[in-house]
Ligand binder design. Structure first.
Ligand SMILES: [Zn+2]
Length: 283
């Protein structure tokens, strides 16, 4: 039998245990933005490392950073096959305002067949699926089809302030032929999805000052530039009428998009929003 049905059978059989494991991880409030949760983020890293060990990964290490720890594990016995690095993170976003949660964020609860908790789909659920697929492959096939490295960060939700340094210092250990960023979404419960592109972001503070002191609007309004107007025109100038970035040089190192791929499956949705309206809008 080819790998996919065997894996599906394994995951079906193990579903309840996997869910229990996920629930245990989700109970750890690994909020990287909250200094009071430092020991919880570490506990989450240790939990992840123990799980890596349990599924059969090797060279497992909780990697210290100047902030919260990351976790590494690998399986490197697929001689001649490519090496794939899977990236994920074990920290979660803050949970306030608490009164808007239907069930408490760190008490995982199943409603309508879905598991609700902070981090369930960002990103502990995804990471755990990778770990369980490793276990399934090793149990059912005795090996993986590729060499695999897993890097599970602990500071993604605070902008990865120490990740650059970690990548530099761990350059050799993390060497690979391809990276899978497993911090993305599925289009639906029965629609396995692969994300082939993500946007980045840049954050900065800009202070606009047009006068040394507060000026009376009746006397100086119109004659002296208004800082709010200047700030608005600065922001407006970042894009042209077609939505392209208008910052000089921005596209110099941007590679052109590959041509669209033909639909792989008749069930592939033509939109990102199969239900519930546009992103960010409630049903
Ligand atoms: Zn994430």
């Amino acid at each position: 039998m080819p790998p996919a049905p065997i894996l599906a059978g394994y995951l079906d059989r193990e579903r309840d245990r996997i869910l229990q494991d996920l629930v245990a991880w989700l109970r750890i409030p690994s909020i990287s933005a909250d200094p009071r949760r430092e020991s919880d983020v570490r506990a989450s890293a240790e939990w992840c490392a123990a799980r890596m060990r349990a599924v059969g990964l090797e060279h497992i290490e909780v990697i210290e950073t100047a902030g919260h720890p990351a976790v590494y594990g690998d399986w490197l016995h697929a001689e001649g096959a490519p090496t794939v690095l899977v990236y994920g993170h074990h920290d979660v976003q803050p949970v306030e305002p608490l009164d808007e949660w239907t069930s408490p964020p760190f008490e995982p609860t199943v409603r309508d067949g879905r598991l609700f908790a902070r981090g369930a789909v960002d990103d502990k659920g995804q990471v755990l699926v990778h770990l369980e697929v490793v276990r399934a492959f090793l149990t059912e096939h005795g090996g993986l089809p590729v060499n695999l490295k897993l890097l599970v960060e602990g500071e993604e939700e605070v902008g990865s302030p120490h990740f650059d340094h970690l990548l530099e210092t761990e350059r050799e250990r993390l060497a690979c032929d391809g990276v899978v960023v497993s911090d993305t979404a599925m289009l639906g419960p029965d629609r396995p999805s692969m994300c082939t592109g993500l946007r980045g972001l840049v954050a900065l503070d800009v202070v606009v000052r047009t006068a040394e002191a507060d000026l009376h609007s009746g006397s100086f309004g119109g004659a002296v530039p208004n800082a709010a107007h200047v700030a608005a025109s600065l922001v407006a100038a970042l894009h042209d009428a077609d939505g392209r970035v208008a910052v000089p040089g921005f596209y110099d190192r941007v590679r052109p998009s590959p041509p669209p791929r033909p639909e792989r499956s008749p069930r592939s949705p033509s939109t990102r929003t199969p239900s519930g309206g546009p992103p960010g809008c409630g049903p």
